[in-house]
Design a binder for this molecule. Structure first.
Ligand code: CMC
Length: 444
């Protein structure tokens, strides 16, 4: 049982309970005191629990890390019960209303809102690193015409490490900052090149006079006009989406960045690991899966049949459910607010939106979903917005990867600075055979 023996102050006004857990091993009758700090016990403290001297010691088993903290972090905070998300202590609602994506990126990475001088310098640096080496264009041209843009992004971010070998010197903190600026600045360029490649259109070079979101729109959509003029409403909606997707603590892709990063490769390589994690339909790929699901449902009349299929375990309601949120994802609420505004700006109607809204209503009226505390997550409506922006479905996960780069770099830097940094090397419970003799092929 837990015992609250002490309360400590960490100097930032946070109090931490320090207590202990008394564990009795019923195999041996021995008891152990295990320290509790910050609501956690150290897995290594269980290693002392042995049946005899030859025993390896007790391990914890946690596939999918459902109840394992793999780091300490001061970047983002989620209260899954209340549906709260904060970046460096500031609520996502306030940031979405008052801030810009690049200011948020600075906040995540450096831990405070920038002063005007810091912001000006940051914007200047990002704006002046948006170009990529011409060989990247050649490299992009090597992909098939129908290559998935997420695969192209993954490969080209990995390739950046070969263009900037100085980033390998991870003892040089200056290089961390240069790589961070390069990654945040070049990600939209690579993403837009991947998109243009899939359409067989010439690549559009960055326009340094536009905002981060405006320049991205220009690189995606500019045709023969001399200068692309983004609609400010669309530019702002995209910037808000970028803020919402910038960071989300220890999800699959961020854990991948930390895991790959723990072997100390350059940060471009670690971020390529994050992009690989984001690719899958249970993570960043969910925004694609949602739109495909809504298209398949086809009409509000088919919703009940579809939900029956979900309840019978034949399919998943994509864009619903979250490992951490057991309440409405606050990002989904903010997206909802922007949808109508955006559709008005683009002059488009999206019939999928009606299906999505009705599907949400029906699901939230149904005990299957409420009992399991399944609510819409960020991906439920983001695809509808991307569609309104004329972004093809295959690009949706790329649209997630572009802003998540700042979160990944904030996490990577925090990890590189962590005195407890060590190579990620989980254990396993071996379930296979032992001492099996090799059988020559002719005898098998
Ligand atoms: N549709 C139907 N049932 C679901 C769903 C869903 N989307 N999500 C969870 N469940 C059920 C699940 O079958 C299980 O039921 P039971 O207790 O009867 O076995 C219960 O709810 C608990 O689910 P779980 O699979 O143990 O939960 P998890 O924490 O392992 O999975 C998740 C989290 C996000 C992978 C899952 O909810 C899911 O697959 N959602 C759909 C995909 C999706 O929208 N992903 C985007 C996540 S948010 C953006 C991001 O961070 O990438």
């Amino acid at each position: 049982m837990a015992d609250k023996t002490q309360v400590t102050e960490d100097g930032k006004g946070q109090t931490t309970e320090v207590g202990s857990l008394t564990v009795t091993d019923n195999r041996t009758g021995s008891s152990y005191d295990i320290k509790i700090k910050e609501g956690t016990v150290r897995a290594m403290d269980f290693r002392q629990i042995k049946v005899d001297e030859d025993d390896f010691g007790l391990m914890t088993y946690d596939p999918g890390f459902s109840n394992t903290a793999h780091c300490r972090s001061a970047i983002s905070y989620i209260d899954g019960e209340q549906g709260v998300l904060e970046y460096r202590g500031i609520s996502i609602e306030q940031l979405a209303e008052h801030s810009s994506y690049l200011e948020v990126a600075f906040l995540l990475i450096y831990g405070h809102l920038p002063t005007q001088a810091e912001l000006d310098s940051w914007l200047y640096q990002i704006t002046h690193h948006t170009f990529v080496h011409e060989n990247i264009k050649e490299f992009m041209n090597g992909f098939r015409h129908d290559a998935n843009p997420m695969g192209m992004l993954l490969a080209s971010v990995g390739a950046l490490s070969t263009f900037y070998p100085e980033a390998m010197d991870i003892d040089d903190e200056y290089q961390w900052h240069v790589a961070t600026i390069r990654l945040i600045a070049k990600m939209p360029t690579l993403a837009a090149f991947a998109y243009r490649h899939s359409l067989g259109l010439p690549y559009v070079y960055p326009d340094n006079e536009l905002s981060y979101a405006g320049n991205f729109l220009s690189m995606l959509f500019k045709m023969a006009e001399h200068k692309y003029e983004p609609d400010p409403r669309i530019e702002r909606a995209l910037d808000v989406l970028f803020i919402l997707h910038a960071e989300h603590e220890q999800n699959c892709s961020t854990a991948a960045v930390r895991t790959v990063g723990s072997a100390l490769p350059d940060p471009f390589t670690a971020v390529a690991g994050g992009i690989a994690g984001l690719y899958g339909p249970l993570h960043g790929g969910a925004n694609i899966a949602v739109v495909k699901m809504l298209q398949r449902i086809g009409s509000t009349e088919n919703i009940l049949d579809f939900l029956e299929g979900v309840k019978n375990g034949n399919e998943r309601l994509m864009g619903f459910g979250h490992r951490v949120y057991k309440n409405y994802d606050p990002r989904a609420k903010i997206i909802q607010k922007h949808i109508d505004e955006l559709l008005e700006a683009t002059g488009k109607q999206n019939p999928l939106l009606d299906i999505g809204r009705e599907l949400e209503k029906r699901a939230l009226d149904d005990e299957y979903f409420t009992d399991r505390r399944l609510y819409p997550n960020v991906d439920f409506y983001s695809g509808v917005i991307y569609e309104a922006l004329d972004i093809p479905t295959d690009m949706f996960t790329v649209m997630f990867a572009v802003p998540r780069t700042s979160g990944w770099m904030a996490q990577w830097m925090e990890w590189m600075n962590d005195p407890e940094l060590k190579i990620a090397r989980p254990r396993q419970v071996y379930t296979g055979a032992r001492d099996v003799d090799y059988v020559p092929v002719e005898k098998r």
